[in-house]
Design a protein around this ligand. Structure first.
Ligand code: EPU
Length: 308
C-alpha cells in the first residue's frame, strides 16, 4: 500500500484547520469503484486552505490529485501516496446567476447545473446531458460529445497553480480542444460561464433527447469510466475514425481479463465486474491498444486518467 510518513503528514496539515481523512479507499468515490486508498483526503473549505495545502505539497514534492466526480479516473490497486483534494465543501459548490452569466464553484455537480440552467431558460449546457462530472472536472477535460462541449461557454476561470498562486484565466487566452484544454494550473476553483437565453421547454426536450440517445448506445448502468480511448484524429483524407468502431471491428467486444470486460454494448467502454482490479482494466486497455494497432495501424490514446 502506498503511504506517506507521519512527519510529512503533520507538516502538510499543521495549523490549516483543514477537514481531512487518512487512508481513505478511493474506489467508492469513482465510477469504476476500484483501486486503493489515498494517504490523505482533504476537503478545503476556502481558497486560502487550498492554496496553503498546494504550496506545502509543492515544496515537499508530495503528489497531489484533484478528484471531481470520479467519472474519468482509474485508481491504482496500491492507491495514491499523497494528497487527494475534493472540492466538495459547500464553499466550492456555490452557484450564482446574473442575466445569462453563471458562476459555479469547481465542486458543483454538472447534471444539477444543467437542470437549473435549463429551467431558467439558459442554453449551452444541455448538450452535456448524461455526462457525469463536476464543473472543475468538466472544464479541465473539456467534457463533451457529439452534441457539444463545455469549452465554448467558458468566459473566465479562477485557478490555483501547484505552488499556490491564485489567478484568473480569461476566454482570450484559453484554448479548448477535443477532450483537452491549455489550462496548466493544477486546481480550477470557479468557472464563469456565458450561456444563451432560450426557451426552457425546448432546452429541456433537447436535454432529454441527448440523454435518451446516450442511454440507447452506451452501457450507462455499468461500472466504467466512460469512453476508454479518445477518438483518433481524422485521417489525411478527412476520414473520421471512431475508437469504439475500431475496437468493435477488431472483434474485441466481450473480451475479458479477470473482472474487466470490453462492453458488448459499446466497444469503447471497459466495464468492471465484481472483483475487478485496476490491473485487470490496465491489461484489457493494453490488449485493446495492441490489437487495434496491429489490425488498423492506429495508435489509440487513452482518455481514462490513471492515478498515480
Ligand atoms: N460504433 C460501433 N461499435 C461500437 C461503438 C460504436 O460500430 O461498439 C460506431 C457507432 O455505430 C458510430 C460510431 O462508432 O457509427 C461512433 O460511436 P458513438 O456514436 O457511440 O460515438 P463515440 O464517438 O464512440 C463520442 C464520445 C462519447 C460521447 C458520444 C456521444 C469519444 C471518445 N466519445 O462517442 O464520450 O458520449 O460521442 O456524444 O469522444 C466519454 O468521453 O467518456 C464518452 C463516452
Amino acid at each position: 500500500k502506498a503511504t506517506i510518513s507521519p512527519v510529512l503528514e503533520e507538516h502538510l496539515l499543521a495549523g490549516l484547520n483543514l477537514r481531512h481523512e487518512r487512508d481513505v479507499p478511493l474506489g467508492p468515490m469513482t465510477w469504476y469503484g476500484i483501486g486503493g486508498p489515498a494517504s490523505i483526503l482533504a476537503h478545503p473549505s476556502s481558497v486560502h486552505q487550498l492554496a496553503a495545502l498546494a504550496a506545502r505539497c509543492h515544496e515537499t514534492g508530495t503528489g497531489v490529485y484533484v478528484l471531481g466526480s470520479g467519472a474519468n479516473v482509474l485508481i491504482a490497486d496500491k492507491g495514491v501516496a499523497g494528497v487527494v483534494v475534493r472540492l466538495d465543501d459547500p464553499f466550492f459548490r456555490r452557484v450564482s446567476v446574473e442575466d445569462h452569466r453563471v458562476t459555479a464553484g469547481a465542486g458543483v455537480d454538472l447534471a444539477k447545473l444543467i437542470l437549473d440552467t435549463v429551467r431558467l431558460g439558459l442554453g449551452g449546457l444541455e448538450c452535456l446531458s448524461g455526462i457525469p462530472a463536476t464543473i472543475g472536472g468538466a472544464v479541465r477535460m473539456n467534457a463533451g460529445g457529439r452534441f457539444g462541449s463545455i469549452g465554448p461557454t467558458v468566459r473566465r476561470l479562477m485557478v490555483c497553480d501547484q505552488s499556490g498562486q491564485v489567478y484568473y484565466r480569461t476566454r482570450e487566452d484559453l484554448a479548448f480542444g477535443y477532450r483537452s484544454t491549455n489550462i496548466t494550473a493544477r486546481y480550477i476553483l470557479e468557472a464563469e460561464l456565458e450561456l444563451t437565453p432560450g426557451d426552457a421547454k425546448e432546452l429541456r426536450d433537447r436535454a432529454k433527447e441527448i440523454m435518451a440517445s446516450k442511454k440507447a448506445s452506451q452501457p450507462m448502468g455499468d461500472s466504467s469510466a466512460g469512453c476508454a480511448f479518445k477518438n483518433p484524429p481524422p485521417r489525411a483524407g478527412g476520414e473520421t475514425l471512431s475508437a469504439g468502431k475500431l475496437i468493435d471491428q477488431a472483434g474485441l467486444k466481450g473480451f475479458r481479463i479477470g473482472g474487466a470486460e470490453v462492453s458488448p454494448r459499446h466497444a469503447n467502454f471497459i466495464v468492471a465486474h465484481r472483483g475487478c482490479t485496476c490491473g485487470d482494466v490496465l491489461r484489457v486497455l493494453e490488449h485493446v491498444r495492441d490489437r487495434v494497432r496491429e489490425r488498423f495501424g492506429v495508435e489509440l490514446e487513452r482518455e481514462i486518467v490513471v492515478w498515480p
